[in-house]
Structure formats: C-alpha cells, structure tokens
Design a protein around this ligand. Structure first.
Ligand code: NCD
Length: 307
C-alpha cells in the first residue's frame, strides 16, 4: 500500500516524479486563479498555519493566499508578537500550535533542518518555506513551472544561476529540481560566494559570466544575502555588480528568447540592473503569480486527499 506524502521538506525527497506530479496539479490551480472568483472548496474546514521565524513578503503572502483560495482557515504566527519573545522554545511553540488541531504548518526558519525537526514533533503536515541556506522547495517548484510554461520543458535547457550561491537555499533547491527535470545547470559566482563543497550539487561552475550568458536559455539571479554573511566576502557591491551583475550590457549578450529570473526580493542595481528586471524576457512577475498556484497544489496534495 502506498501512503500519500505528509510533508514537503526538500526537493531531494521529491525527485523528478514528485516534481512532475506537483506541476501537473498546478495547471488546475492556474486555471482557478484566473477565474473571477478564484476560490475552490477543496480544503474547507482545514487549518493552515504560517510559522515564520524569518522575514518574508512574497513567500508568506503566497502561502496564505494559496490556502485561502482553497478555502482553508489561515492562522498567522508572528514571532515578533508571540511568546517566543518570552523565551518559549521552538518545540514548545510548535507543539502548542499543533495541539490546537491544525492541519499544516508552513515553516520558515534561519537554521537548516528546522522544518524536518518540526515534522518529527507534530501530527500536522509540514511544508518547508525556507530553512537557512538549505532548501526552499516551493520556490524551485514555481521556478520549474514558470520555465515549463515558457519553454515547454526543462530537458536540455542551459540554466545559469548567478550570484550568492553560498547563502542561497533557492540555489540549492533550484539546482536539484532543474537537473532532475533534465536541465544543465551552471553556477556563476566569485569563489567566496560558492559553498565550501559542491559535492552532491548536480551543476558545474564557471567564472566567465559573459561566456555563459551567450549560451544560456535561462539566467537566474540571486540576491546578495548580506544578512547571512558573517565576514566580508566581497571587496564592494560595486565591484560585484561590475563582475557578476546582469547589467544592460550583459543582458544584450543573452539569446533573444532567454528568460531572466529572480526569486525576489530584488536589489535593483546590484545583482540586476533596474531596467533589465523589466525587459520582456524577465519572468519575475510570472514567478510570483505561479507561486500561488504551485503552493495551492502542494497544500492540496498534502491535505486534500481522502485522508
Ligand atoms: C528568497 C528566500 O527568502 O530564500 N526569497 C524568496 O523566498 N522568494 C531569496 C532571498 O531572500 O534572496
């Protein structure tokens, strides 16, 4: 007997088949999202809690919008106004929430592995909404969906991921998902912004951004995650932009049909020139829109089944 998966913790757990299954269901929710009243009763009576220990705009709102479009009840846990401020530990907090009888916990935390740990403590389904520099599986899923929407398939596509790979959970989940679907991934970053080991990363590394861009189907920019940097890893942001930023000049090197992607939040003028983010090849807004439908698919697959 097969049992439905109860958590989404990492792309590594999904594999190509799991990614495909989510993307197929996403099609339905893209259609729902385009309706005049973008709402279905699929998760009526279910409760989804967002538990964010780190700042977020789009991921949190995207999950909450997704849950509401499925008619779930949504509870929003804000660390800043919670008993965490009174010293309550993570385990007590999540067990307290779980005891209220919730169905899913969407967890973001600054430390890698926290969502998996939480999954071991609670009866609810746990969705990883970003854990430290480890993974951000729903971001990778929405990115795969967006690329498929524009290019039909990821098979054989050349995808360049550029920037602060070292601190990026988006890069790690992206590399795993893109390569699982048949893309060739190249990481382009200064050596100080690459992880100490790339063992287990199905990707190659290049420092020749111009050369990579000329042959890229997709260029995926990463934000400089200064909040995770404990030491100076760059001479200056200006020098970083000169060597690795997607400037107007560099964007002109891209093939005409290349896609420009970014998970947000953008630092316009640092990793991406302000006007480049708004060029026709930029699918940054589509990524955000697809994010809601992908998260609806994830919540539906975890909670919507017969039990
Ligand atoms: C990213 C994150 O928080 O991991 N943003 C997001 O979820 N869309 C990337 C970032 O903060 O740079």
């Amino acid at each position: 007997m097969t049992t439905a998966p109860t958590h989404l913790l990492s792309v590594a757990d999904l594999g190509a088949e799991g990614i495909d299954a989510v993307l197929k269901v996403t099609d339905n929710f893209v259609e729902v999202s385009a309706r005049a009243i973008p709402k279905v009763p699929a998760l009526r009576g279910r409760t989804v809690v967002s538990l964010f220990y780190e700042d977020s705009t789009r991921t949190r709102l995207s999950f909450e919008t997704a849950a509401r479009r499925l008619s779930a009840d949504v509870m929003n846990f804000s660390v800043a106004s919670s008993s965490v401020k009174k010293g309550e530990c993570l385990r007590d907090t999540v067990e307290t929430i779980d005891a209220m009888g919730v169905d899913a916990l969407v967890v973001r935390h600054g430390s890698a592995g926290v969502p998996r740990q939480v999954a071991g403590w609670v009866g609810a389904s746990v969705v990883n909404a970003g854990d430290g520099a480890h993974e951000h599986p729903t971001q990778a899923l929405l990115d795969c969906y967006t690329i498929r929407q524009r290019r039909g398939s990821l098979e054989g596509l050349r995808i360049a991921i550029v920037g602060d790979v070292k601190h990026s959970r988006v890069a790690r989940s992206g590399v795993l998902a893109f390569s699982a679907l048949g893309a060739e991934v190249t990481l382009v970053a200064p050596p100080t912004l690459l992880p100490p080991s790339l063992a287990g990363w199905p990707a190659t590394v290049s420092h020749d951004l111009d050369g990579v861009l000329a042959k890229a189907d997709v260029v995926y920019l990463l934000r400089m995650q200064s909040e995770r940097m404990t030491e100076a890893l760059l001479p200056s942001l200006r020098e970083y932009t000169a060597a690795y930023g997607l400037t107007r000049r560099r964007a002109a090197l891209l093939p005409d049909d290349a896609l420009v992607m970014h998970p947000g939040p953008l630092n316009r003028g640092v990793e991406i020139a302000a006007e480049v983010a708004d060029l026709p090849g930029s699918v940054i807004t589509a990524q955000v829109a697809n994010g809601v439908a992908v998260r609806m698919a994830v919540l539906y697959l975890l909670l919507g089944g017969p039990g």
